[in-house]
Design a protein around this ligand. Structure first.
Ligand code: GLY
Length: 376
């Protein structure tokens, strides 16, 4: 018996859309696309690492549904998420004579979705876009909510992440949890860090679910994965519906991320985003304890779940605390105000706040392995 489909409707200012979750859905991709963006021509942007495994299946399904599809393999590296990659897509779209109604489909993780989504947002002033996420992180986060964009190099050489972009809501999000079977286990665990984030900020019972089912989730037990993805997507949808343009409540999704971005600025640590988020969650939970927002046994419950997924809670090697604070300060300067952080205020609730002493932020960094270097 085929698995049942879960459909979650997202209300957006101009047009709502559906998130479709169903194991094996890639084989029916063409029908999903034809339903919301019927046309004769389409563009398929696909992560080059999975093009062989999934690209042909996607293209076949699109062909059966009547689409002539131009396919572009894209590298899924942050350093390749540039306007050059978008231009390369425009060229293929022009060659393939894609029109206003021609859909752009992104088969890959967050990077492929960001590049293809921005191309879809801007080609002919906007064409239909459908992400088909292939990582857990993209399934529960980046594919939903309409953020698209690329990085630029800032004067001085620093990477300006997602500084060029557009809000462009998809026509539908096609989630096939079976695609996770090809995902590197380290990347899968990274996606789980974002699921823990959702649990901490919005749903204590999800934390319970993650803790009770840790081993089976890592073994990719499909019914549990579907439940996990559905629960996380519902949290994200509830938040983006209230704050589509990221001017308020959507900031909550940054729980752990200001710490994580400061960690990621230290590339020699060789941490992936979700690993940096895991350490960031540990730091944010500690800061919340220090400032009386969270009980220490609640912090322990959070860190135990992260540990259960073999996610790191400490920096793999000491980094000078001043460097980490400076990296956070850079974020503060970028937003033109005081340092604001998302901190848990219990299990399943969080707030955006600037009400904490600087010394407590330093202590939080020390708690996750930062070091003070004595200067003589
Ligand atoms: N990934 C954070 C957001 O969509 O706002």
């Amino acid at each position: 018996m085929p698995a049942a489909r879960t459909t979650i409707t997202v209300s957006a200012a101009h047009a709502g859309y559906e998130v479709l979750i169903e194991p094996g859905l890639l084989g029916r991709l063409g029908c999903c696309v034809a339903e919301v963006a019927p046309h004769s021509r389409a563009l398929l942007a696909v992560d080059e690492q999975i093009a062989d495994r999934y690209g042909h299946r996607a293209k076949e399904s699109l062909k059966t549904a009547g689409f002539t599809t131009s396919t572009v393999p894209l590298p899924a590296r942050e350093s390749d998420k540039t306007l050059h990659a978008v231009e390369a897509l425009y060229e293929v779209m022009l060659e393939g004579r894609l029109e206003r109604g021609s859909p752009v489909i992104a088969l890959g993780g967050g990077i492929v979705g960001d590049i293809a989504g921005f191309a879809a947002a801007t080609y002919l002033r906007g064409v239909p876009f459908l992400p088909v996420p292939t990582t857990l992180l993209a399934m529960v986060d980046s594919a939903i909510g309409g953020k698209t964009g690329v990085n630029v190099t800032l004067p001085g050489g620093r990477l300006g992440k997602n500084l060029i972009g557009a809000f462009w809501q998809p026509k539908a999000v096609v989630v096939d949890p079976q695609l996770l079977e090809s995902l590197d286990v380290r990347d899968f665990r990274c996606g789980l860090a974002e699921c823990v984030k959702y649990a901490v900020l919005a749903d204590a019972s999800l934390l319970e679910f993650l803790s009770d089912n840790a081993a089976d989730l890592v073994q990719l037990q499909m019914d549990l994965l579907v439940t996990l993805i559905e629960r996380c997507v519902r949290i994200k949808v509830e938040i983006v519906e209230q704050d589509e343009r990221d001017t308020g409540r959507r900031t909550l999704l940054n729980l752990g991320h200001t710490f994580a971005h400061a960690i990621e600025a230290h590339q020699h640590l060789d941490l992936r985003h979700g690993e940096a988020v895991s350490i960031g969650l540990a730091a944010a939970a500690h800061l919340a304890v220090l400032t009386g927002r969270l009980k220490s046994d609640e912090r322990t419950r959070i860190t135990k779940v992260l540990e259960g997924f073999k996610l790191p809670l400490r920096l793999p090697q000491a980094v000078e605390v001043d460097q980490l604070l400076n990296a956070m300060l850079y974020d503060k300067k970028a937003s033109g105000g005081r340092l604001r952080l998302v901190l848990p205020t219990g299990l399943g609730t969080a707030e955006v706040t600037d009400d904490f002493p600087g010394s407590a932020v330093q202590d939080a960094w020390m708690h996750v392995g930062a070091a003070v270097v004595a200067r003589g």
